[in-house]
Design a protein around this ligand. Structure first.
Ligand code: SAH
Length: 408
């Protein structure tokens, strides 16, 4: 199909402002008419009311009706398009020092990184995470999924010799999972999960059965920060998943680290990872793993038992409609921790709900501080790791928010 054959989507008068400022989402309410038959996932050309070409994107048909891929021009060659986007993304990760696979990189050794972060890398609906020699793809849109094999080839081409296997894990992220009728699978090569390196620490990713693509890469910079302030502290890592924060705290000289998650499978990953780095699952008596509900566990701990707590819960608000309940959840959780921390403690608290703004989250933690009656100071405001860039034109991409607090 040449671009002239792409269906043409015309916007209502005055509804072209956001897309002219490079916002990549076209909402269904902004569309006046469509010329030609646009099916979900098809490439379409987008026009302003006066007929000016605004760009090209994938038709999605939902409330986000079109995800833009180019602005001002159309796309003729999708092979070249994906190679170019992935090359740009790879160069940024290189510039950030995140591609350090060789053993001699030592403490800097790093071969786990997010290669493509959706809109932040100019491809709305696509996530690519690299775990050593394996890239894991997740399509969040039908249009992207239609090109998944081409994307896999582009990754291997760009990450020359480094990535040799590409796994598609889109069944959990597609708006309509039935289009992934073949299920999750290797698109190129084959591999089994091997430990990867993050800042010199070893971690076993679990892309087959694990959450997201197998690991929470977005917390890398925050984990390093925890490691920096953990020396001599009694650390509680709540919602630990595979224990990333625990590893950095142990490495940073924590006196004691307790990792808590409601999933027994997560805890077995933590113990595996602790043993990989510190010789045994208890790190010479400094580490303990607990399977428990976070709220129940926090209620049961004594005042002053910990002087560094990490709270990294799953998204409490998956949708805007759930915002009020989510804020209540963050308030309760933070109050439980704030009421129990020893004087002179650090609290690292996060929200990964996209629907919760940094201001909302801060207000929830403020309310928790009032409820706990503690003196609380903000030391730093935190966000997602540098390989999860946010397009300045797409503030919705800033989903991970955190506060580094000092509690007296
Ligand atoms: N901090 C982790 C990522 C956390 S993901 C990291 O850096 O890798 C959220 C985790 O919370 C998941 O592992 C999930 O099993 C766990 N979880 C969800 N609800 C929970 C609850 N009520 N109590 C304890 N853990 C819970």
């Amino acid at each position: 199909m040449t671009t002239a054959n792409y269906p043409s989507v015309y916007l209502r008068k005055g509804r072209d402002e956001a897309v002219r400022r490079f916002h990549p989402w076209i909402f269904s309410g902004a569309i006046e008419r469509i010329e030609g038959q646009a099916n979900e996932g098809d490439p379409v050309r987008l026009f302003a009311h006066d007929g000016t070409l605004l760009g090209c994107g994938f038709f999605e048909g939902g409330s986000i009706a079109v995800r833009m891929l180019s602005f001002g021009t159309s796309i003729t060659d999708f092979d070249a398009f994906f190679v170019e986007k992935i090359e740009q993304a790879y160069r940024l990760r290189q510039a950030l020092g995140l591609i350090q696979p060789a053993p001699e990189a030592g403490a800097h050794r790093n071969n786990v990184y997010r290669l493509v972060h959706g809109e932040g890398d100019g491809v709305s609906g696509l996530v690519i995470d690299v775990y050593g020699d394996t890239a894991v793809l997740q399509a969040h849109s039908t249009g992207v999924y239609h090109h998944i094999e081409r994307i896999a080839e582009a990754v291997v081409k760009v990450c020359k010799g480094e990535v040799t296997a590409v796994f598609d894990k889109s069944s959990a992220t597609l708006p309509d999972p039935s289009i992934a009728s073949v299920g999750d699978r290797f698109l190129i090569g084959k591999s089994t999960a091997q430990p990867v390196y993050e800042n010199g620490l070893q971690i076993l990713p679990d892309w087959l059965r694990g959450q997201k693509t197998g690991f929470f890469i977005d917390q890398r910079d925050n984990r390093r920060l925890v490691g920096q302030y953990a020396s001599g502290r009694r650390v509680l890592n709540m919602f630990c998943y595979s224990g990333g924060f625990s590893l950095y705290a142990l490495q940073g000289g924590a006196e004691e680290v307790v990792s808590v998650d409601s999933s027994a499978r997560a805890l077995s990953l933590v113990e595996h990872n602790v043993a990989l780095n510190f010789g045994d699952t208890i790190a010479g008596g400094r580490h303990e793993g607990v399977v428990a509900d976070a709220f129940e566990y926090l209620k049961g701990i004594a005042y002053g038992a910990f002087d560094l707590i990490v709270l990294d819960p799953p998204a409490f608000a998956k949708k805007r409609s759930a915002l009020k309940n989510a804020l209540n959840g963050y308030r309760k959780l933070n109050a439980l921790a704030l009421e129990r921390l020893a004087p002179g403690s650090f609290l690292f608290t996060y929200s990964c709900s996209q629907a919760v703004s940094p201001e909302d989250f801060r207000l929830a933690v403020l309310t928790a501080s009032v409820q706990a009656g503690r003196s609380v100071r903000i030391l730093q405001q935190l966000g997602q790791a540098t390989d999860h860039p946010v397009s300045i034109y797409h503030p919705e991409g800033e989903y991970l928010k955190g506060l580094f607090l000092y509690v007296e």
